[in-house]
Design a protein around this ligand. Sequence first.
Ligand SMILES: Nc1nc2c(ncn2[C@@H]2O[C@H](COP(=O)(O)OP(=O)(O)OP(=O)(O)O)[C@@H](O)[C@H]2O)c(=O)[nH]1
Ligand SMILES: [Mg+2]
Length: 416
Amino acid sequence: MEHNIEDSFVAVMGVTGAGKSTFISRLAGDGAKVGHDLVSCTRDIESFSFRYNDSTIHLIDTPGFDDTYRTDSDVLKDIVFWLNAAYQRQIRLSGIVYLHPIDKNRMTGSAYKNLRMFQKLCGDASLQSVVLATTMWKNIDEADGIKRQEHLKNQPDFWGDMVHQGSRVFRHDDSRASAMNIVTYILDQRKTTVLQIQRQMVDEGKTLDETSAGQELERELIKQRKLFERRLQEAQDDMKEAIEEGNRKSIEDAAAQQERFQNKLNEAIKGSDDLRVSMEELLQKKDAEFKRVLENVELEKSRSQEEAKLVTQQMQELDLKVKASQAETEDQRRRHQSEIDEMSIRLAKESNDNQVTYQEWLSVERARLGDQSDRSSFREAFDGQTGAAMGQAVGAAVATGTLILGTVAAAACNVM
Ligand SMILES: Nc1nc2c(ncn2[C@@H]2O[C@H](COP(=O)(O)OP(=O)(O)OP(=O)(O)O)[C@@H](O)[C@H]2O)c(=O)[nH]1
Ligand SMILES: [Mg+2]
């Protein structure tokens, strides 16, 4: 009995707090860290595994955009780095689960931005391997949820186009069965996919800012830059006014605003600069981090191989036990049969002996009683006694065991 170990990789993505780590923990146990307040929880990409039939499924937990602590460029770089480094090591994704919290009233700016980025990472060719799943159903009236999900599916620039190109929509009710249903759907397709970002950076050697996902983020950063430049200008105007008025409080407020928007502007500029990074540079920067993730994958893989070996061993042991118990049963059956046979022979012999004794006794008695005329009543008297003696023999046999009752009765019949 050989167990084939296959590895399948499924990435789980979506906005911060969509329930990615919770989804993973439903299948792979409590390893994935689940957030319990409003700030982002998962910061690093991590892989968690579970066994499914004869294979090991690795679920890749990712941070969402709009992270509380990091810029979108940093988050994108992390995700891209992992995807590309995995691709270089022949790791292919079987699918991607994209989670969306249905209790969010509408497609917020960050949800929309996250979705656009996700689409650009995947590319149209991978959309058939994408599951779009809604979470947080317990937090919302069901009828509202159904309406929202329909809206997402029907709106071309939300999920409509993706569904049209083969992505499947699922409702995830936060149960293990529901998470399993989604992953099974992906695995049942029995194919892997190469994402657009993997092709563009690894196969075509583009830098991140030249890729579709990078350009999407760049557009977003340019929008932000323009917005913060405007806000900064307003704050500078406020400052001039406050100085002219000599209002100290207004000067302090304007200075704080100026500083805030300057920082935001710097962040957006840095974000754009950060995108001008090649896969090689990413590799150098994040090699240690990726090695740790890969080590974990290897660890999970060997753990799962050990488990498979153990299962094989246990099954073999069980097989041996079943065979031994079958042999034992056969042995017992044979023993019982030979006991029954011995018992029948013994009883038959005893009955025979009784018959002999009876015959001897009969002739002695006949001699003793002499030539009596009423022979028929004499014979009846003896026959009655013999019947009673046989009755006792059967009674004794019943006491010996029910299995031999039939044999004893038969022996008794022979004697009669
Ligand atoms: N009602 C409900 N709550 C959920 C569901 N999934 C997750 N939660 C809760 O939502 C919160 C955030 O869940 P996480 O799994 O940490 O979300 P995440 O997408 O991993 O978040 P980040 O790591 O910050 O990107 C936690 O309090 C979960 O218990 C769901 O399907 N329904
Ligand atoms: Mg998380």
